[in-house]
Ligand binder design. Sequence first.
Ligand SMILES: [Zn+2]
Length: 63
Amino acid sequence: MTEETLICEYCDAAMQEMEAAFSYLGRSFRHKVMRCPVCGLVYIPEELARGRMREVEMALEDK
Ligand SMILES: [Zn+2]
């Protein structure tokens, strides 16, 4: 089990985990994200971004 500490590239501050609500294509979902306590920059994990993008692509291909 590895624990990564994300550092904000703008503030050089350690990001903190928080739960955020997202709205995407008319649907809302909650996900824990890392956020900079200084500037509020939210880090979206690549895994999450890719997963959602794939869902969109699949939905588009159906039509
Ligand atoms: Zn920051």
